[in-house]
Design a protein around this ligand. Structure first.
Ligand SMILES: Nc1ncnc2c1ncn2[C@@H]1O[C@H](COP(=O)(O)OP(=O)(O)O)[C@@H](O)[C@H]1O
Ligand SMILES: [Mg+2]
Length: 367
């Protein structure tokens, strides 16, 4: 029999999406074929400490870290793996062939973790450093969309220093984007944290200040009243495929944090009720956006559609979408004919393929 693949599954993490990550990871762990994979679980606390050990998921969830062992990745490409640090001694805990970071948001979906895994020379599921970072920053992401003639809502980016120095001028400039409503967003968060719908100048001021408390960079964007929210799942490396679209139907004034994770009142409609032409267009745009941002493995591509004009705008790409069995990304693939467990294996294969591709890159050029 072939040697088993050593698969690291990383979860938790130093972001507002810590719990979501734990839920996603539990689903992923429950379907991995243990005859093919040796699973090495790695948990990250809310404060960012990496831990391994027995009964890890439950202890991380309950924030009981005493019996767990501190763990680290090292930029040591000759010996890729996860190491433990105990009593001042470093020890290889397990070699790793591939890692599935089942984490969302800051320090996990933004290129930082991907950089660490690159330095450690371990394959990993999902986009690389560039794709992760490009999709994380809502401002830069929109610049890339525009450069590729992909429709996105008009916007401006402000930084905290500008806002602190002259808020009135920022408000004046923001009001030139479009009539109200305007949306204010921290450029680099997720889960709707720090996002406001603004219908007046005083709202806008509050929204900008709130967003600026969460990030150095903020985006102000034209708002759509009661936008339809249609999402596609994309899978693949050089030749990505797009799923059928699904639709999120929030009950709140927009798809807020509370709705995403607390009240759970939003409905997911699969497939979305859109015309066949619209499906083809969304798939074409989703794939073009995926390639333009150098995504790999997977991403969920989220659109906003104006109900009145039927105009489509690309809102954002999530490079590590929610992964519980009832999350949109796996649900969309299931509805497109790829069941959850097979999807996970496909993602791991794609990670290994991408690493093999990278390993062909000439790095030893000397003049
Ligand atoms: N320009 C907009 N017009 C209308 N609704 C918006 C707009 N931007 C965001 N929203 C609403 O806010 C939610 C969160 O915004 P989004 O840009 O997707 O950030 P996040 O990364 O936090 O998911 C969206 O799902 C949508 O409900
Ligand atoms: Mg979103």
């Amino acid at each position: 029999m072939d040697k088993k693949i050593k698969l690291g599954v990383i979860y938790g993490g130093r972001s507002g999406e810590h719990e979501v990550s734990l839920m996603s990871a539990r689903s992923v762990l429950s379907v991995i074929d243990r005859d093919k994979f040796d699973v090495i679980e790695i948990g990250i606390t809310r404060k960012g400490q990496w831990l391994v050990g027995e009964n890890l998921w439950t202890l991380i969830q309950n924030e009981r870290y005493e019996t767990l062992i501190p763990a680290v990745f090292l930029p040591w490409p000759q010996n890729p793996g996860i190491y433990t640090l105990q009593d001042g001694r470093m020890k290889l805990y397990s070699a790793l062939d591939v890692v599935f970071p089942v984490m969302h948001g800051t320090y996990s979906e933004d290129g930082t973790l991907q950089g660490l895994l690159e330095l450690a020379d371990v394959a990993y599921v999902g986009a690389g450093v560039l794709g992760s970072a490009a999709c994380m920053d809502k401002g830069l992401f929109k610049d890339v969309m525009i450069a590729n003639q992909i429709p996105t809502l008009d916007y401006l980016v402000f930084n905290r220093k500008e806002i602190e120095a002259d808020l009135e001028t920022c408000l004046d400039q923001a009001e030139t984007i479009a009539p109200y409503p305007l949306f204010t967003k921290p450029a680099n968060l997720g889960s709707s944290v720090g996002i406001s719908k603004c219908t007046s100048r005083s709202d806008l001021m509050e929204g900008i200040l709130q967003a600026a408390s969460f990030d150095r960079r903020i985006v102000v964007e034209k708002g759509i009243e009661m936008a339809r929210e249609v999402e596609l799942a994309v899978l693949g490396n050089e030749n990505p495929q797009a799923s059928i679209p699904g639709e999120v139907v929030p009950k709140d004034i927009f798809y807020t944090y509370a709705e995403k994770y607390i009240n759970d009142t939003a409905d997911l409609l699969i497939p979305a009720d859109v015309s066949a032409e619209m499906v083809a267009m969304l798939q074409e745009i989703a794939i073009r956006a995926y390639k333009a941002t150098d995504c790999a493995g997977m991403a969920r591509v989220d659109f906003l559609i104006d109900r009145e004009t039927d105009k489509v705008y690309l809102n954002e790409i999530n490079t590590i979408p929610g992964f519980t069995k009832i999350s949109m990304y796996p649900k969309l693939w299931e509805a497109t004919g790829l069941p959850y467990a097979q999807l996970i294996e496909r993602l791991i294969d794609l990670a290994l393929e991408r690493k093999a591709q990278r390993d062909q890159t000439e790095r030893e050029f000397r003049s």
